[in-house]
Design a protein around this ligand. Structure first.
Ligand code: ZN
Length: 250
């Protein structure tokens, strides 16, 4: 076993040597920004409800009032969150020409807020919401003004139900974003996985895509992942500490 410091040095070297390094991030990178990983038990906002029961496309279609009564407070809470130094470290790597893109499962837009330019949001984003009937698009700051007396966000134009542009349970992932993610993973000689347990498919398949194309994977995540044995680098400390150490080593 190498020490954490030795691993950070090695990871820094791999990033310097990589022709293409790509980051893949999950909920763990936003936890220091005060956004709980909803799959972790006992995390406040999520405690009383099973997200799969309400954040589901069928619930939205059948009962948008129920969906929004659950989702509206969450939406509001996410809107105010700010990026943390781990997001900033990935943005700094990109601006220094050391990272090609960030593929993220997060919908919180914190990578963009931190200054990352090429961000592939495979689960969508809270940045916009769309009318399901006429496809009108509303930015996040407008959505709060769309709610009717029942607590359902309704389109100004046609009155149709407005849904956040995030992938709900029961929905397919956006095809264009997934194609871009697969192409990046296949072309990366280093896939830097940060704050993801790498268990939610199909994103969980991306490290295997990189590996089978001859690339290496590095994992900076608390807790086990299915790829721990295959990872060239495995860090499981605090995500902010690890990425700041990495930045300092470059
Ligand atoms: Zn509409």
């Amino acid at each position: 076993m190498s020490t954490a410091n030795g691993s950070v040095e090695r990871l820094a070297q791999m990033i310097r040597d990589a022709r293409s390094a790509v980051a893949l991030t999950g909920a763990g990178i936003s936890v220091p920004s005060g956004i709980p990983d909803f799959r972790s038990p006992g995390t406040g906002l999520w405690e009383s409800v099973d997200p799969m029961e309400v954040a589901h496309i069928e619930v939205f279609r059948r009962d948008p009032k129920r969906f929004w009564s659950y989702y509206r407070p969450r939406f509001g809470a996410l809107a105010d969150k700010q990026p943390n130094p781990a997001h900033a470290a990935l943005a700094a790597l990109e601006s220094r020409g050391l990272l090609d893109a960030v593929i993220t499962q997060n919908i919180d837009r914190l990578h963009r807020k931190a200054g990352s330019n090429r961000v592939i949001e495979v689960h969508g984003t809270i940045e916009t919401s769309s009318c399901l009937d006429c496809a009108a698009s509303f930015t996040l700051d407008l959505v709060e003004g769309l709610f009717d007396d029942e607590g359902v966000a309704r389109c100004h134009g046609c009155g149709g139900p407005v849904k956040p542009d995030v992938v709900l349970f029961g929905e397919l992932l956006p095809e264009r974003a997934m194609n871009e993610a697969y192409a990046l993973a296949a072309g990366a000689d280093l896939l830097l996985c940060v704050g993801s347990s790498l268990e939610v498919h199909p994103v969980a398949g991306l490290p295997a895509v990189t590996r089978s194309a001859g690339g290496a994977i590095a994992i900076v995540t608390k807790g086990p992942t299915p790829y721990d044995q295959e990872a060239e680098i495995r860090l499981d400390g605090d995500v902010v500490d690890d990425l700041e150490a990495l930045l300092a080593a470059l």
